[in-house]
Design a protein around this ligand. Structure first.
Ligand code: ATP
Ligand code: MG
Length: 561
């Protein structure tokens, strides 16, 4: 492609609302343009990358026996009503006004629709069906460019099996295919969730990448690969020790002392001697939740114990305990007490007195807080030891690239997709579903492969492998040579973008080439050309070397990054 003929609207400035590197660079390099919140057009350069990622996905899906479909995005609503998912999706589901249609946010229902009454015997199973299709979700906060859009491209696959064991096989095939896909795309990823059934896993894995644009917070161990959402993550946090002798309970006047840090400073004690109290309402009843020091309570873990909970409002707090937040404690508290495991059996502890501006010392959990129940309620913090290998954990935000999931019979049961086993008995088909966000893969690749100048494409994803720069098109020697190389590269099957602009300076061409990020730059300038040489520059390393003109094509063909 010649630059003078191409539509590549690059931007010099960083667009106003873009913060995430991939969002900025996709706009600046002319890969995408928004037409509304969370709705992006892929321009020619960007769409070439979409096709490359899609091709990698297709190859790996076909390699595990996947068969490609193309399902409609516009779906009769009644199909979605069969599984109750019009209601389950709620506002996320786009509904077509005055018509009984929805815009599909995923395609479990439609694939199940095609399987039912058509796939009827165990002999026709397994099946793996997939497609690469646009999805619509009315996301509350579309953000970070194509990372969270309202319309996006998803590879979604579905497996149909006759037994749990066979589902495990289909699931493992996808697990393997996903690793190959993300490896080939050059992504550094990690996997959250237990692996497949054979190992007694939960039947769901999320393939994630670390990113400031992420909305999930995860704890990750680089050493052994342990990864878990902080909502459920554990660590080998140091247990706290009971002291030899328990003191008597005593009251201390602590004017204006509210936080654990203020209490520690006031009493000259370590935070691990304090029990932090918060009151929640569960099932209409107050529950006191106790954590050691500044440990943060994890509401997901708490909900596992109590069901739905909410923090008590300030006026409720006063009515329940007689004190305001900052002066609450377990001694004399009437109601259920739930404490973090770290506090178990501790003595000589400090906590609020349920009386404003007073705290209590000398608390012995076994003596003074009888009836307290102990659970793991902590939120894991960076630097704590990995529960599996003991190396330090890192806590960060991450984005989900893909998800594999053992659905079981939820959809086949709701929609009556049944098969007959060897004995002629009918059962619902056992399903799995497997998604990858195609645009997210691209954005995450850019998040991981960029520098201050622009994008750094690999040869596998680059829109063009070679960026050919003719520094002065007004020179006949240069333009003639450049045109010759351009034709030869194309004949050799190398995708090449030829900057044949005559009105822009060499500096502008260099900057654009680094911004667009093709893996190889072939630079043709007067001085080198007179000695029969051109410059061969590797974008990733910025390494430049002179090579003889006659070797350019061979070097370009052989280059891999
Ligand atoms: P998230 O937690 O990020 O909302 P999800 O759990 O809703 O993701 P799935 O329903 O499992 O996602 O969809 C499969 C894949 O589609 C995701 O792994 C992700 O890569 C992609 N995806 C989901 N929502 C969006 C979106 N709004 N924009 C772009 N890609 C998306
Ligand atoms: Mg979602």
């Amino acid at each position: 492609m010649k630059f003078t003929k191409a539509f590549i609207p690059t931007l010099k400035e960083v667009p106003n609302d873009a913060i995430t590197p991939s969002h900025i660079l996709m706009l600046r390099a002319g890969l995408v343009r928004p037409i509304g919140a969370g709705i992006y057009s892929f321009l020619p350069l960007g769409y070439k990358v979409v096709r490359k990622v899609s091709d990698i996905i297709r190859e790996e899906m076909d390699a595990i026996g996947g068969q490609e479909f193309h399902l409609p995005a516009l779906n009769p609503r009644e199909i979605w009503e069969e599984t109750g998912r019009v209601e389950a999706f709620g506002d996320i589901l786009f509904q077509v006004k005055n018509r009984d249609y929805v815009l599909a946010p995923t395609h479990e229902e439609i694939m199940t629709f095609h399987a039912r009454r058509v796939v009827t015997s165990y002999k026709e199973l397994p099946q793996i069906w997939y497609q690469i299709q646009t999805k619509f979700r009315n996301e509350a906060r579309p953000r970070s460019g194509v990372i969270r859009g309202r319309q996006f491209l998803m590879k979604d696959a579905y497996s149909f099996d006759s037994s749990k064991e066979n589902l495990n096989k289909s699931y493992d095939l996808h697990d393997g295919a996903y690793r190959k896909i993300f490896d080939r795309c050059g992504l550094k990823y990690f996997i959250v969730g237990a692996s497949s059934g054979a190992m007694g896993g939960s039947g769901s894995e999320e393939f994630m990448v670390k990113s400031d644009a992420g909305e999930d917070t995860v704890a990750y161990c680089e050493a052994c690969g342990y990864a878990a959402n902080v909502e459920v993550a554990k660590s080998k946090v140091q247990p706290l020790q009971r002291e030899g002798e328990s003191k008597e309970v005593y009251e201390i006047s602590t004017p204006d002392v509210k936080s654990i840090d203020e209490l520690c400073a006031f009493l000259q004690i370590d935070e691990t001697k304090c029990a932090k109290s918060r009151v929640y309402i569960a099932d209409g009843l107050p529950v006191l939740v106790l954590m050691a020091g500044n440990d943060e309570v994890n509401e997901t873990k708490l909900e596992k114990v109590l069901g739905g909970v909410r923090p008590a409002h300030p006026d409720e707090l006063k009515a329940i305990t007689g004190a305001d937040a900052g002066s609450i404690g377990p001694v004399g508290f009437e109601g259920r007490i739930i404490a973090d495991l770290r506090l178990k059996d501790l003595n000589n502890m400090f906590s609020g007195a349920n009386k404003n501006d007073y705290h209590i010392g000398g608390i012995d959990f076994m003596r003074d807080v009888t009836g307290a129940e102990f659970f793991d309620l902590r939120t894991v913090q960076s630097g704590e030891e990995c529960p599996r290998c003991g190396k330090p954990l890192e806590v960060f935000t991450a984005i989900e690239l893909g998800h594999i999931f053992k659905l079981g019979t939820k959809y086949s049961e709701a929609m009556g997709a049944l098969f007959q086993d060897e004995k002629g008995e009918e059962h619902p088909i056992i399903m799995g579903s497997y998604g990858i966000g195609v645009e997210r893969v691209i954005a995450c690749y850019i998040e991981q492969h960029n520098d201050e100048k622009g994008i750094v494409w690999s040869t596998k994803l680059a829109p063009y492998k070679v960026h050919l720069l003719a520094l002065n098109m007004k020179s006949e020697l240069i333009s003639g040579t450049a045109n010759g190389i351009y034709e030869e590269l194309r004949k050799a099957g190398v995708e090449v973008l030829f900057d044949d602009r005559s009105e822009v300076s060499a500096g502008v061409k260099f900057n654009d080439a680094d911004l667009l990020g093709m893996p190889v730059q072939v630079i043709i300038g007067e001085k080198k050309l007179k000695t029969g040489q051109v410059e061969f520059k590797i974008r990733a390393t910025q390494e430049r070397r002179d090579i003889p003109l006659e070797e350019v094509v061979k070097e370009c063909v052989n280059f891999e990054f």
